[in-house]
Ligand binder design. Structure first.
Ligand SMILES: Nc1ncnc2c1ncn2[C@@H]1O[C@H](COP(=O)(O)OP(=O)(O)OP(=O)(O)O)[C@@H](O)[C@H]1O
Ligand SMILES: [Mg+2]
Length: 863
C-alpha cells in the first residue's frame, strides 16, 4: 500500500510520501516541489499543473484554476458566482444547481464538474507520485480546509474516486499541520499533565484558517477552529490589480481590466510585486513591456503603501484568530506557541498582527509550504498496516451544528444531533417510533455560519418500517455518525420487534439489557407523542438520543473501499473516540444500567436506508471515472504521438547536419541530394500537413527517411570498426600460425597434439588467412560511398569460428606423467613448466574486444 499525503491548495498542490524511514515531499515533472493547481484543455490533450500554467496566458478560457473554491458548491451560491466572474473560463448551471465548467477539449465543447477538474489534478499528482515511488499509487490522505461542509467533503472524495485514488481520510488542513508538529515532539506533557496548547494559522491563496490544539504525549485534540474562507493572497492581489489598473488608466489611457489576457498578466505581476515587498522595505518597481496597445507600463510600490491599501483586509486577519481563541476557552497566556504556515504568513504585516495578538513571536518550526502534505502523509502512515510509525491519536471536531428534521402526522420534528466542536468519527443512536417508512432530513442548523449557501446535507429514507402485530408503532434505532472524513451518514437503522418466547429457539433473538431505559419514553403509537414524551425529548421531537462512544466492533467494521470504483462512506481503523456534548436533555448512554423489567426478548431487523446526499450517484461517479480513464488514455496516446513526431523532427535536423559533416564521405552526391530533398520536404510537411497526424504517420515518415539514411550511417559505422575488426582477426590468425610453426619445429609444448588435429588447425587458419587477405584487398578497391565488401559482423564471425575450431585443439592439456618419487621435491620447487606453457598458449576470448554494436535501430510502436 502506498503512503501518500496530498495537499490540494487553491494555488498549488504538494505531495509527500513515506520513504526511507521518513516523510519527503516529491518533485513534479519540472523538478518542482510545488505543483500549480491548474488544468488546461487543448485541441489535442489535457495539460496539467506547471504545463497548464505555462500555456495559461495563451489559453485562458480553457485553463481552469480556483476549482478548490467551487468544489461541492451549488452554482447559485454567491461564492461560486463571484469565483466564476473572476475567472476567464465559462461556467453554466447544470440540473440540481450544479456547476458545469465549459472547456474546449479535443475541438469539442465539453462540460466538466469541479469534481472532475479536481480529479484531473489528482490524476496528475498520482502520476508524479507513481513515478517517484516507482509503483502504483492508490491509498492516500487528502487535506481539505477545516471549514469544508459535508457537500464539499463529499465532492473531494468523489474527485478522489474519479482519479482512482482511495482516500483513507480527508484530513483538515490545520489538523494535518498540527500532526506534523506534534508527532516528532519528544517533550509533550504526559497524558495526565496539563496539555500544551498551540495555535496553528494557515493563510494561503484563498483562505485563512486557525485552529487551537491541545497536545499530550501521543495525542492531539482540536479545541477550536475558525476561518475566513474568503481571505487569502488572491484578495490582496485583486486589491493591487485594481489599484494599478486605475493608475494605468490615467497614466497610459488603457483599461487593463477590459481584456482578460491583460488582466491575467497584471494580476501575475501584482503577485510578484507583493512577494518582493515581503522581503524588501524599499520601493519595488513594476515594469511590463508591451502590455497593452503596444505600450510599456511601469509603476512601483512600497510596503507601507501596500499595507495602507490593504488595511481592511489586514484587519480581517484578526477576526478568525480571536474567534478561535475565544472558542477554545483559553487565555492568551495559556498558549504555548503560535505556528504559522501558508504562503501569506510570509507577509510581515500579517506576522505582526499575529504576534501582537498573542504577544509572542510567530514560530515557523514547520515548513510553511509543505507542512499540510507532510501531515497527511503521516496520517496515511498511521492508517497503513504496512508502515511502522509512532501512533498519534487525533481528536478532530466538526465545525457546524447538524440538525435532523422529520415529519410525523404532518407535524414537523427536529433535533440537533451534532454540535459544533463534536468529535468526528463519532456515533449517536436515535430512537423513533413509527408504523411506516419515514424520512430524515439532515442539514446544518445555522446557515449563516456556513461557507456555502446550501445548508442541506441530505435526505435519508428509512425503509421497511411497519407496525407491530397490535397495530402499534415499532421502535426504530437509527445510528448516525460523523465519519473519519467529517461526513454525516447513517451507519444503521434497526427495527426492534418484541418476540414471542418460543421464537427464542430460532437463534435470531437477541436480548436487550436496557429495555426499560429505551422504552420509557416509548409512545404507544405515532399519534401519541404526548407532553410526557416531549418532556424527555427535544422540542416537538419524537426521537430520543443516545450518545455512543465508537463501539469496538466498529473499529473493524470498515466499509470496503475500492480504488477504482466509487467508494461508500465508511470509517477507517483509527482509534479516535467520540465525545458527547449534546444539548438534548434526554441523552442517555446505552451503557447506563437501567432498572430492568422482566426479561423481554427482541428481534433486531436491519432496515434498508435510501440516501440522497450531495455525493455523486454511483452511476454518475462510474461514468466520470470511465471518462477520466479515457482522457488519461487519450493523453497517453497524444504523448506517444508527440514522441513519434519529435523523432521525425530530430531525424531531419540531425541527418542534415551529419550529411554535411561526418557522413559526407560515405554518400555519393546523387544519394545525398536525394536524401537532402526528402529531409527538406519532411521539414516543410511537419510545419504544414504533418503538424498533427496520427502516430502511425510519423512512424512511416521516419521509416521512409531511414530507408535512405540508414545505409549511409551503416557505411560510416562499418568504416569506423572495420580496421579494428580485421586487426583482431589477424591477431588470432597470427597466434595460431605461430603455434603451427612451433609444432612443426617439434616444440615440446605441442608434442602431445595429434597430427590430424594439427592438420585441422592448419586448414582452418590458412582458410581464414586467405579469406581475410582477399576481403581486405577487395575492400581497399571499394570507395567509402559504396557498401562494404565485408561487414564487421562477418569479420567478427570469422574470428569466432576460427577460435571455436582451433582453441579446443591447441589448449588440450598435456597428459600427466607420474614423476619418480625422488624428483617430486625438485618438480615441486621448479613448478610445472609444461603447465605454464600450456596456460600461455591458451587463447583467451576475453582478450578479444567485443564486436561493435550494430547501428542503433529506433523502435516504435505502431498503433
Ligand atoms: N514571500 C511571500 N510574500 C507574500 N506572499 C507570499 C509569499 N510567498 C507566497 N505568498 C502567497 O501565498 C499564497 C500561496 O500560499 P499557499 O501555497 O499556502 O496557498 P494554497 O495552499 O495554494 O491556498 P489555500 O491554502 O488557500 O488553498 C499566494 O497568494 C502567494 O502569493
Ligand atoms: Mg493551503
Amino acid at each position: 500500500m502506498s503512503v501518500v499525503g496530498i495537499d490540494i491548495g487553491y494555488q498549488s498542490c504538494y505531495v509527500a510520501i513515506a520513504r526511507h524511514g521518513g516523510v519527503e515531499v516529491i518533485t513534479n515533472d519540472y523538478s518542482e516541489r510545488s505543483s500549480p493547481s491548474m488544468v488546461g484543455f487543448t485541441p489535442k490533450e489535457r495539460v496539467m499543473s506547471t504545463s497548464a500554467k505555462n500555456q495559461s496566458i495563451s489559453n485562458l478560457k480553457n485553463t481552469i484554476t480556483g476549482f478548490k473554491a467551487l468544489v461541492g458548491r451549488s452554482f447559485s451560491d454567491p461564492v461560486s458566482q463571484s469565483e466564476i466572474e473572476g475567472q476567464p473560463y465559462e461556467a453554466e448551471q447544470l440540473p440540481g444547481d450544479k456547476i458545469g465548467i465549459k472547456v474546449n477539449y479535443l475541438d469539442e465543447a465539453v462540460v466538466l464538474s469541479p469534481e472532475q477538474i479536481t480529479a484531473v489534478m489528482l490524476t496528475y499528482l498520482k502520476q508524479i507520485t507513481q513515478k517517484a515511488l516507482e509503483k502504483p499509487v492508490s491509498d492516500c490522505v487528502i487535506s481539505v480546509p477545516s471549514y469544508f461542509t459535508d457537500s464539499q467533503r463529499r465532492a473531494v472524495l468523489d474527485a478522489s474516486s474519479i482519479s482512482g485514488l482511495n482516500c483513507l481520510r480527508l484530513l483538515n488542513e490545520t489538523t494535518a499541520v498540527a500532526l506534523a508538529y506534534g508527532i516528532y515532539k519528544q517533550d509533550l506533557p504526559e497524558e495526565k499533565e496539563k496539555s500544551r496548547n498551540v495555535v496553528f494559522i494557515d493563510m494561503g491563496h484563498h483562505a485563512l484558517q486557525v485552529s487551537v490544539c491541545a497536545f499530550n504525549k501521543g495525542k492531539l485534540k482540536v479545541l477550536s477552529k475558525a476561518a475566513d474562507h474568503l481571505l487569502g493572497g488572491r484578495d490582496f492581489d485583486k486589491r493591487l490589480l485594481h489599484h494599478f489598473a486605475e493608475e494605468f488608466k490615467v497614466k497610459y489611457k488603457i483599461d487593463a481590466l477590459s481584456r482578460i489576457k491583460q488582466t491575467a498578466r497584471l494580476r501575475n505581476e501584482c503577485e510578484k510585486l507583493r512577494k518582493l515587498m515581503s522581503s524588501n522595505a524599499t520601493p519595488i518597481p513594476m515594469n511590463i513591456e508591451c502590455f497593452m496597445d503596444d505600450k510599456d507600463v511601469s509603476s512601483k510600490m512600497k510596503r507601507e503603501e501596500f499595507e495602507d491599501l490593504c488595511k481592511d483586509l489586514l484587519e480581517r486577519v484578526k477576526v478568525p484568530i480571536l474567534e478561535a481563541l475565544r472558542k477554545s476557552g483559553l487565555k492568551r497566556d495559556d498558549i504555548y506557541g503560535v505556528e504559522i504556515v501558508g504562503g501569506m504568513t510570509r507577509v510581515p504585516a500579517i506576522r505582526k498582527i499575529i504576534s501582537d495578538i498573542f504577544n509572542k513571536e510567530c514560530s515557523t518550526t514547520l515548513n510553511q509550504d509543505e507542512a499540510v502534505c507532510k501531515g497527511c502523509a503521516l496520517q496515511c502512515a498511521i492508517l497503513s498496516p504496512t508502515f511502522k510509525v509512532r501512533d498519534f491519536a487525533i481528536q478532530d471536531t466538526q465545525p457546524y451544528p447538524i440538525q435532523l428534521l422529520w415529519e410525523i402526522n404532518g407535524e414537523p420534528g427536529d433535533m440537533t444531533v451534532f454540535l459544533e466542536g463534536d468529535s468526528i468519527y463519532h456515533s449517536k443512536v436515535l430512537t423513533f417510533y413509527r408504523k411506516e417508512p419515514f424520512v430524515l432530513q439532515v442539514k446544518y442548523k445555522d446557515q449563516k455560519a456556513l461557507p456555502v449557501s446550501n445548508s442541506n446535507i441530505g435526505k435519508f429514507l428509512i425503509k421497511g418500517v411497519k407496525a407491530n402485530e397490535e397495530g402499534e408503532s415499532t421502535k426504530v434505532k437509527v445510528k448516525v455518525r460523523l465519519s473519519i472524513h467529517g461526513i454525516f451518514f447513517i451507519k444503521s437503522a434497526t427495527l426492534i420487534m418484541k418476540q414471542q418466547a418460543e421464537e427464542m429457539e430460532t437463534g435470531q433473538i437477541e436480548e436487550i439489557q436496557n429495555v426499560e431505559s429505551d422504552t420509557k419514553a416509548e409512545p404507544k403509537s405515532d399519534t401519541q407523542a404526548s407532553p410526557a414524551d416531549s418532556e424527555t425529548q427535544s422540542s416537538n421531537s419524537d426521537a430520543s438520543l443516545q450518545s455512543q462512544e465508537k463501539p469496538q466492533d466498529d473499529v473493524t467494521d470498515n466499509d470496503t473501499m475500492d480504488s477504482t470504483v466509487p467508494q461508500p462512506e465508511g470509517p477507517s481503523s483509527t482509534s479516535e473516540n467520540g465525545q458527547q456534548k449534546s444539548d438534548v436533555s434526554t441523552a442517555q448512554t446505552e451503557k447506563s444500567p437501567a432498572t430492568k423489567k422482566a426479561k423481554q426478548t427482541y428481534k433486531h431487523v436491519d432496515l434498508p436506508v435510501d440516501e440522497t446526499t450531495y455525493s455523486l450517484s454511483k452511476k454518475v461517479l462510474e461514468e466520470a471515472f470511465e471518462k477520466e480513464v479515457a482522457m488519461i488514455q487519450s493523453d497517453k496516446l497524444e504523448a506517444e504521438k508527440a514522441d513519434a513526431k519529435n523523432s521525425v523532427e530530430e531525424y531531419v535536423y540531425d541527418m542534415r547536419d551529419k550529411l554535411e559533416g561526418p557522413l559526407s564521405q560515405f554518400v555519393n552526391e546523387e544519394d545525398k541530394t536525394k536524401l537532402m530533398s526528402l529531409l527538406e520536404a519532411t521539414e516543410e510537411w511537419l510545419y504544414d500537413e504533418g503538424e498533427d497526424q496520427a502516430k502511425k504517420v510519423y512512424i512511416e515518415r521516419l521509416a521512409d527517411m531511414k530507408k535512405q539514411g540508414d545505409p549511409i550511417v551503416a557505411r560510416m559505422r562499418e568504416f569506423e570498426f572495420r580496421d579494428s575488426s580485421f586487426n583482431e582477426l589477424g591477431h588470432v590468425v597470427v597466434r595460431y600460425e605461430k603455434i603451427l610453426m612451433e609444432y612443426e619445429q617439434g616444440d615440446e609444448k605441442y608434442n602431445h597434439l595429434s597430427k590430424e588435429d594439427m592438420e585441422k588447425v592448419q586448414e582452418a587458419t590458412t582458410a581464414k588467412r586467405e579469406w581475410m587477405n582477399s576481403k581486405m584487398q577487395a575492400q581497399q578497391k571499394v570507395p567509402l560511398t559504396a557498401d562494404p565488401v565485408v561487414k564487421v559482423s562477418e569479420i567478427t564471425m570469422a574470428k569466432e569460428n576460427l577460435y571455436a575450431i582451433v582453441n579446443p585443439i591447441v589448449s588440450k592439456p598435456k597428459p600427466k606423467v607420474e614423476p619418480p618419487k625422488d624428483d617430486q621435491a625438485v618438480e615441486g620447487e621448479g613448478g610445472d613448466e609444461t603447465g605454464k606453457e600450456e596456460n600461455k598458449t591458451e587463447d583467451k576470448m576475453e582478450d578479444v574486444p567485443p564486436a561493435p554494436a550494430d547501428p542503433p535501430v529506433e523502435d516504435m510502436d505502431v498503433d
